[in-house]
Design a protein around this ligand. Structure first.
Ligand SMILES: C[S@@+](CC[C@H](N)C(=O)[O-])C[C@H]1O[C@@H](n2cnc3c(N)ncnc32)[C@H](O)[C@@H]1O
Length: 417
């Protein structure tokens, strides 16, 4: 496969590898990590993506000017903030590439000021495009350094006229000296500020700040695998932590009694609630809260879940989360991870609290890159009666009557049972 900026970009380090070679390398990569962590687990063959080109449903580009002072756009060169021209990128949907090219042309012809990171001057920092594969809907987000955005009307009109697939355009204001692209303040310039995809047969809407898996088709495979491993029963209560816009819990809701989704990002929780409503799913609720804090509260009130799911960001989860999750004694824990290194670190802690896995399932969510998603089902193994790994004051589980009479903290949104 040929890419003109392959050596500069660093995004697709496996561009020259066949599918079979990528599968082998990624499996060995996970095996090495697990082995080095001292975990005796089998690593299953990698579940490779059927579509390995034009898959990225989220793209963020920066802008710069060439020697002739003409504006170009693209990703950053590896380990730098130098913009390289990635027009026509093979990992981005063709429509997304066309829209980026048009925006770049408009930014140039309308003489929109580019932001300068070094001096902190200028206006346009980045453009983010989000794409819904199943519905062909597109969201465009202009990230600016200030609220005043003089040419925005003309820019919006020109874009929606040329691309009817653009259903919403948002301005995100980032005044900070940071490499975090998207900040909390947004103004909707056109449409509703969200796009809707169809995922696992459900209508899933999300806004600019909410997480949505990068490879939508492969995400369906990932969730299908998770569902199969969990093997839920109709009476099960499920906790879906780090739930984003609720996608995992929503796809499981019809196979269990009830689901609780927990997520730090309030905007994502609002999306999740809308997603439950627009799919008529009633046995799910969402809590906007840090997952570790939630888990601590759940432990305090001795909540019972048959299955706990965690799908944290690359940094993995916390020891406090793991300790509390294991204390609740679910039958199974499903750990989905986008970084096998932090997953291995966390699996060691799970093991200390009695939860083991025999097998890791890698899923290739990021073809041609070095990244890999991994899924592990953990189940409880018996410990000797004198082995109690739990240390702090909630060691002794409350009796049922204790639990019923205990006062619920105002912060926590547990329902009395
Ligand atoms: C890898 S995403 C997974 C989202 C979702 N499970 C999915 O498949 O789309 C991780 C999510 O965790 C959320 N998050 C990050 N830190 C968190 C925390 N401390 N507590 C709860 N959620 C957190 C992020 O906002 C993000 O939505």
């Amino acid at each position: 496969m040929k890419c003109k900026v392959e050596k500069l970009c660093g995004g697709c380090s496996n561009l020259k590898c066949s599918k079979a070679l990528q599968a082998k390398q990624k499996q060995e990569y996970v095996e090495n990590i697990m082995e080095r962590a001292g975990l005796q687990v089998k690593v299953a063959p990698v579940l490779m993506a059927k579509n390995d080109l034009y898959y990225r449903n989220k793209v963020i580009v920066g802008f710069a000017k060439n020697k002739e002072k003409k504006v170009y756009s693209g990703l950053y060169a590896a380990h730098s903030h130098r913009v390289i021209n990635t027009s026509g990128c093979l990992m981005q949907p063709k429509l997304v590439n066309e829209i980026i090219d048009e925006i770049t042309h408009l930014v140039d012809s309308m003489k929109i000021e580019l932001y300068n990171e070094k001096t902190g001057t200028g206006l346009l920092r980045h453009v983010m495009i989000r794409y819904a594969h199943s519905t062909n809907q597109v969201m465009v987000v202009f990230v600016t350094s200030k609220v005043q955005f003089p040419s925005r009307r003309n820019l919006v009109n020109a874009l929606v006229e040329k691309f009817p697939q653009i259903v919403t355009i948002v301005q995100n204001i980032n005044t900070r000296n940071t490499s975090v692209v998207i900040q909390n303040e947004s103004i909707v310039l056109y449409g509703k500020g969200m796009i809707t995809d169809i995922l696992c047969g459900l209508k899933i809407s999300f806004t600019a700040n909410s997480f949505y898996q990068i490879h939508s088709e492969q995400c369906e495979e990932l969730y299908e695998l998770g569902k199969k491993l969990l093997n839920l029963r109709a009476q099960d209560k499920v906790l879906d932590t780090y739930c984003g816009v609720g996608t995992i819990g929503l796809t499981l809701a019809s196979s269990c009694r009830e689901v609780t989704g927990v997520e730090l990002n309030e905007e994502a929780i609002q999306n999740a609630r809308l997603n439950a409503k627009q799919n008529g799913i009633k046995n799910i609720r969402f809590v906007a809260m840090d997952s570790t804090m939630f888990m601590r509260e759940a432990r305090k009130f001795h909540q019972k879940y048959e299955a706990i799911i965690l799908d944290p960001p690359r940094a993995g989860t916390t020891k406090a989360f793991i300790e509390s999750a294991c204390f609740l004694q679910p039958n199974r824990i499903l750990y989905i991870s986008c970084d096998p290194k932090t997953q291995a670190r966390d699996l060691i802690v799970f093991k200390r609290f009695g939860y083991y896995t025999d097998e890791i399932h890698p899923v290739d969510m990021f073809p041609y890159t070095e990244h890999i998603e991994t899924v592990a089902l953990l189940t409880k193994r018996k410990m000797r009666s004198n082995q109690t790994p739990f240390k702090n004051k909630h060691t002794v589980p409350k009796t049922r009557s204790n639990f019923k009479s205990s006062k619920f903290s105002k912060k926590t949104k547990f329902k009395k049972r």
